[in-house]
Design a protein around this ligand. Sequence first.
Ligand code: C5J
Length: 220
Amino acid sequence: MGTVSALPFAFALDPARVGLVVIDMQRDFLEPGGFGESLGNDVHPLQAIVPAVAKLIAGFRAAGRPVIHTRECHAPDLSDCPPAKRLRGPEGKRIGDPGPMGRILVRGEPGADIVPDLAPLPGELVLDKPGKGAFHATPLDAELERLGLRQLVFAGVTTEVCVQTTMREANDRGYECLLAEDATESYFPEFKAATLAMIRAQGAIVGWTAETDAILEALA
Ligand code: C5J
């Protein structure tokens, strides 16, 4: 066991049962012209966490632990995108509409790709998800079971949407969840701060938070 200096209290990390889940580090969220910007957001704060996420990924790979990547995206016929989701945002810039990186948030389009600096290695699990949470309509739970994981470290974007939703889903399924504070970001700094506080409130009601370096120290 390694001990991670975390909040609200130390996290006992089991190097044999822990995996890393990197949420939606896609061009559509991080680059101009994608889904994130189409909703009126400044994407630059999200780009700033790429080095921390890369460091976390490198640490897990070096320790021989699984790295799982997710991508929020939809089938080209949008059959997995309910109108309640499709009809958000300005007309002409919605999911499935053409943009500078191809059709917005559609599987196989350049915008749905993970940013090159964080590209998955062959053999790493890459899950396409139609929802905000990574368990909905995906084989994630079965894959975690297959890999023998009981603890999940989370990184990625955005903190209060896909990351938090997935952490809550994982927590409900009995996984111990630890969010890397400097390897996650929101378009809204106040939402990130609130999410970190919510997660660790009430004695780690959803999980723990810690800095990347503290997590990697315990993993090593
Ligand atoms: C959003 C995500 N924010 N990956 N998706 O729509 O958090």
